[in-house]
Ligand binder design. Sequence first.
Ligand SMILES: Cc1ncc(COP(=O)(O)O)c(C=O)c1O
Length: 604
Amino acid sequence: MSGPEKITSTAAVQVPHKDTVEFMNPEKKEIISSFEYLRKLFIMPDSPDKFIEFGHQMLETIHDFFKEKGGIHSSITLPELSRIFDETAVPDAPNLIKDVLAEIKLKVAAHSVKVGSPYYVGHMTSAVPYFMIILEMIIAALNQNQVKIETAKASSFVERELVAWFHRLVYNRSESYYQKNMQNPRVALGNVTSGGTLSNLNALLVAREKAFPPSGSFPGVREAGMEKALRHYGYDRGVILVSARGHYSIRKAASLLGLGEQNVITIPADSKHRMDVRGLCRKVDGLQSGKEKNKTKIIAIVGIAGNTETGSVDNLTKLAEVSESVGTHFHVDAAWGGAALLVDECRALFQGIDRADSVCIDAHKLLYCPMAMGMILFKNEKDLNLIKQSSQYVIRRNSVDTGRFTIEGSRPFDSLKPWAALKIIGREGYGLLFKRARDNTDTFQEILQRRRNFEILNSPELFILIYRFVPQQVKKQLYAWQAGKKLSEPEKREVRKKIGKVNHIINALNIKLHKALRLDDTTFVSRTTLESTRYRPQHITVLRSCLINPLTDRSILEEIVKTQNRLGMELWPDFEPAYLKALNGVRKNFAGGRGEQEQGRWAL
Ligand SMILES: Cc1ncc(COP(=O)(O)O)c(C=O)c1O
């Protein structure tokens, strides 16, 4: 792999911006382009020494990254980063691999987010088992393109096997059904996609085809487009119904499918952050009667099995009933939660999922695979035929190419990762991982409750806990106000106003706290705003934790809460005067119960 090379003086190396001086490598060698040198980059070296040397170097870089103590996000600022990556044109001359690897180590790895840190409990992105790195190497080395059998032989069958495994976990059809369809190229139980966004798009594309099928001279929406489809069927619009907790990828899909984002109708979430089924029924009735009657086509109802912000699972059985009564496509977005179907103890949460027409599940979430891979599964193995494509040079009409059924064209052999992980870890292993995640969620909740200055705002179902920092006395006051009985209507209105004002202050406090946590950078939780908490419909700023890293333990969780409590208490004096002001004017008899005492202490 080595080519003709000469050591250049540092002066010959492009002079970096002053902020990147630390990245200069005085030993950097300049190499002369030659075809022979490049040719050798494309083949396994005659002697494996170089390959192994670089392999070691790369593994050491990765290992250093994990060993490194310090901040989760690295202390470099975004403007500083923009100055490190400020070359405006493609490099002309080649660089030695080892120099580029060194550059990656210094400029990229050093400033990457340590999402695998056990103190990083803020997003769905978490630690991955080390064998995934090896699988990624195999995927790159084989470089299969899943679009067609001519570029993906065994890997096409691996993919179909994986899809069948998950189809079975969701739909549990008979052994003979899977024997017949799993590797049958005329049908598809589902697709492997690049993630939840593409899976949702795929499901809703099929739903749209089913909503406006060919009839008479009308060739179907796929051929004719939405405008003609609506005209042919006499509708003004086609809509998708999803809870307010729906992932924004549903809106993207509506836009891409020509439905328009306005036609994603959000049904309010209840105080458990699930779709309010009565709200759904009211909406459906409204769309099917009165002035709206026959004007709106309901293309799909989308249930969520593990919503992004709170992890809650919609009542899938009820949603299936409504979808069936309307005669519409029922899609379940289980991008986050779906992998929990592997574990019997979790399955009760998903009751009704087998009545869904389609279900999406991501591998880079609860299957602990690296970015990014998802699956979309269809109950009816013929549904994907509705969007089948063919062309002359690949995916020919009678070919067995996987690409006939997918939205994406070229696709990597990413299915190898969950396929191998399921063999290495097994359902039992995933059971243990999810048990650990559940225990950590319970422990986190317990620690937050013990600290008293926090308010938990959900009953976590799939390892996502939302909460906020609220000084104990304020929390007591809010609860007392909420519990206040025998108030006249004007008094209730005034109390609601006060709760609103105090929440407004606590929202600002939590935003400040989140920023302070980012600066501190020893721990990480994320932040969102929800209208479906116990204070609904008021929007409440919450801290959001995803507790799936198996390396996170009680002592780490204690540290995370301690840090949050310390920073929260440090910030509180800035907010306390506003709180006291908000309290003033509330007459004593509004305070009720335990809050009266607090109110006396703080305000009156
Ligand atoms: C419930 C849900 N659906 C869909 C998505 C989109 O998935 P992706 O980011 O893989 O496209 C997410 C991502 O977090 C999600 O939580």
